[in-house]
Write a protein that binds this ligand. Structure first.
Ligand SMILES: Cc1cc2nc3c(=O)[nH]c(=O)nc-3n(C[C@H](O)[C@H](O)[C@H](O)COP(=O)(O)O)c2cc1C
Length: 216
């Protein structure tokens, strides 16, 4: 079982919505063999990072930089993680009101130093997250989880097809999926497509220094 660690600073409703969408994508039952662990950035520790296989990072943009909370996280884990976590995959989502350029530069500089590997460019949402923004967050979470999933996951016995968001919830393990309650349409990702997604990630993954996906 692989572990995907979400480290997030979530001080506002916009960031809460983004966090929940990212987490729902990461924990989708369409991807097997990946356990999702969440830690607030102010309490995440070096052991959390060392024990994980990949990372999702979430932060507001504050004063042209990453939040102090996420910077504190990096300050804590940087040297203990430096040799152990090289090439591990990560994704990031940022929320601002106008300009995330400084925060993106800082994130790039820190993750380049750690030699972490961006599987997607950072996702930036400015202003109130729209439905499409939350779908992009879901996809970010699912993409990083798919990157970690074993390449030949055991297929479950044929069962009901996945329910769309808004359909009555099927019993499922893991965190609740608030987006289903919100009626958000889940992007198509099936057991069959998860390996294809991994291949796409492997073939087209962004290196450190990737451009951001900015949604205004
Ligand atoms: C002290 C402070 C500094 C901020 N600096 C920036 C900034 O440099 N760039 C930006 O895009 N947004 C900036 N913001 C906006 C925050 O990113 C935004 O308030 C946060 O993501 C929470 O979103 P919300 O205000 O919509 O709830 C700042 C907010 C605060 C409180």
């Amino acid at each position: 079982m692989k572990t995907l660690l979400i480290v997030h600073h979530t001080p506002s409703p916009s960031l809460r919505a983004m966090y929940e969408a990212v987490r729902a994508g990461a924990a989708t039952d369409e991807i097997e063999g990946v356990e999702v662990v969440s830690r607030p950035a102010l309490t995440a520790s070096a052991p959390d990072v060392l024990e994980a296989d990949g990372y999702l990072l979430g932060t507001p943009v504050n004063l042209g930089y990453l939040s102090g909370a996420l910077k504190h996280f990096f300050d804590q884990i940087y040297y203990p993680s430096l040799d152990e976590t090289s090439r591990r995959p990560y994704g990031a989502y940022l929320h601002g009101n106008s300009d995330a350029a400084g925060a993106l530069r800082a994130l790039d500089s820190i993750t380049t130093g750690l030699r972490w590997r961006a599987v997607r460019p950072p996702l930036v949402v400015n202003g109130d997250p729209a439905k499409a923004d939350l779908e992009a967050c879901w996809e970010l979470g699912a993409t990083v989880a798919a990157e970690l999933a074993p390449s030949d996951p055991p297929r479950p016995a044929p069962s009901r097809p996945p329910a769309p968001f808004g359909a009555p919830a099927l019993p499922c393990s893991g965190a609740p999926v608030p987006l289903r309650r919100a009626g958000l349409k889940r992007p198509a990702l099936t057991h069959a497509s998860a390996p294809a997604l991994r291949r796409a990630v492997a073939g087209g993954g962004a290196a450190g220094g990737a451009d951001a996906t900015v949604i205004s």
